[in-house]
Ligand binder design. Structure first.
Ligand code: MN
Ligand code: MN
Length: 461
């Protein structure tokens, strides 16, 4: 053999995915990304994503699972976990004792939640006080257009859904930053301290209501909220209102090869796993799709992946088909579908380029996440990685390897460890992202499309 023949037969040579994309795939990719963008515009919170999933799944024949119901191969069911997360399944021809093929993504994203007593006035400006949710670089969240999303439970039991800042005719909201002219002290601070949590106060208005006394601007804002939604100040105590970046998912780049949006992490994987499930024929193994909440704060709480809500759903599936939950878990496979960090040449020193995911090379497969010696990672086995490698190669899906930055540079986690704790073989995989957790994150269309194909292949494995 010549050196060149040895090189091609022995060494890996990762390539940009555009070098192998067929015209048909390209057309499919563009159509898929249009559907994904529409989903992103409709869903900026876990509640909105769950509501969208319930409505869409029902259109495709999914029914809410009822404990004790009998299920047959091909039946499509879902469980709406209190409006904050959802689990869906298409029953396979094989017994659940042989395991399910699970894709698990999350639909919560970093943002600024309103505090329980949010509304105040200072220096004749009305504000909402916030407490950020998930990991954010606080300086990124000032002087950008913001929107208010959420729900309010009023004392009479009625629920008000609020979205302000997304319609072109809506006002938007904003957090101010200090002018550069007076920033001598601020500019000397470390980046993490330039803007601090208690400065993430959202401007609501400046016009005082007519009359005497204090807080006339605040009172005017409360009056507006009362006229439009019937709210009184005490209603904030039983609300989940959150501040997210305003605006739509947009094509980015002169070649339009990227998508820019708030919250690709992790709705880009959530959409990739739910779309192929909707139209699925009877799979061999039961296909399960999870859109989880609370991943950004540790998968905790009743709607997070550590909750027994998932076990209860799987128990119901087993009961309805005469299977055993422990056997089912023991033989299941889970793709923990979550984003990775795309290599950014502007910050090359933070990554090991040989082991980092790159834009346009397909879904990134992550053997382990974690930090400081893989701490907190589920660290997939060679067998698990082999299963994914074979499945994706056989399905013609472009994929690459990912690690979350250089050793000891930082780190992170996903739902993978909580799935593996249930005795389910689990591998992390997802779309590489630039500017993860920023108000606008970037992903490549090609990687979005390949991630959807990967989820489909995993369901059918
Ligand atoms: Mn994530
Ligand atoms: Mn995240």
């Amino acid at each position: 053999m010549t050196t060149e023949e040895l090189r091609t037969s022995l060494l890996s040579a990762p390539k940009n995915g555009y070098t192998s994309l067929t015209p048909e795939q390209r057309a499919e990719m563009e159509a898929y990304c249009k559907r994904y963008s529409a989903f992103m515009d409709a869903c900026k919170t876990e509640r909105e994503a769950t509501a969208w999933a319930v409505e869409t799944a029902e259109k495709y024949g999914f029914k809410e699972i009822v404990p004790g119901m009998k299920l047959q191969p091909g039946d499509k069911v879902y469980k709406n976990n209190r409006g904050k997360s959802i689990m869906l399944a298409v029953i396979g021809s094989a017994s659940l004792n042989e395991g399910a093929n699970i894709c698990a993504a999350h639909v919560d994203s970093p943002r600024m939640d309103l505090k329980p007593n949010p509304l105040y006035e200072d220096s004749e400006i009305a504000y909402f006080k916030t407490h950020y949710y998930g990991g954010i670089k606080k300086y990124q969240w000032v002087t950008v257009p913001l929107a208010l999303h959420g729900v309010v439970y009023r004392k009479d039991g009625s629920v008000i859904t609020i979205t302000i800042g997304e319609d072109e005719s809506d006002p938007i909201l904003c957090v101010s930053d200090l002018l550069i002219h007076l920033s001598a002290d601020q500019m000397k601070k470390p980046l993490a301290e330039g803007i601090v949590g208690e400065q993430l106060n959202v401007i609501l208005g400046t016009e005082p209501i007519e009359g005497e006394g204090s807080d006339l601007v605040k009172l005017n804002i409360m009056k507006l909220l009362n006229e439009k939604y019937g709210l009184i100040e005490a209603d904030f105590l039983s609300a989940e209102l959150t501040i997210v970046p305003a605006g739509r998912c947009r094509e980015v780049g002169l070649d339009r090869s990227l998508l820019g949006a708030y919250g690709h992490d992790d709705r880009v994987c959530a959409y990739a796993e739910i779309e192929p499930l909707l139209t699925m024929d009877i799979p061999t193994h039961t296909a399960v799709c999870i859109l989880a909440d609370k991943e950004e704060i540790g998968s905790v709480g009743i709607s997070g992946m550590q909750s027994r809500a998932f076990d209860t759903f799987m128990q119901d599936l087993c009961d309805s088909t005469g299977a055993n939950l422990n056997r089912c878990f023991e033989n299941s496979f889970c793709l923990s579908a979550d984003v990775s960090n795309a290599f950014d040449p502007n910050f090359a020193e933070t990554c090991d380029k040989r082991n980092n995911s790159m834009l346009n090379r397909g879904i990134s497969i992550c053997k382990y996440t974690g930090s400081r010696g893989k701490g907190g990672a589920s660290d997939a086995s060679a067998e698990a990685m082999g299963h994914v490698r074979t499945t994706l190669d056989n399905a013609g899906v472009l994929w690459q390897i990912a690690t979350l930055g250089k050793v000891d540079q930082g780190g992170g986690g996903t739902v993978a460890a909580y799935m593996a704790n249930r005795n389910i073989v689990t591998v992390d995989a997802g779309v590489p992202v630039l500017s993860m957790h920023a108000p606008m994150e970037l992903v490549s269309k090609l990687d979005c499309y390949m991630t959807m194909l990967a989820c489909k292949a995993i369901y059918l494995a």
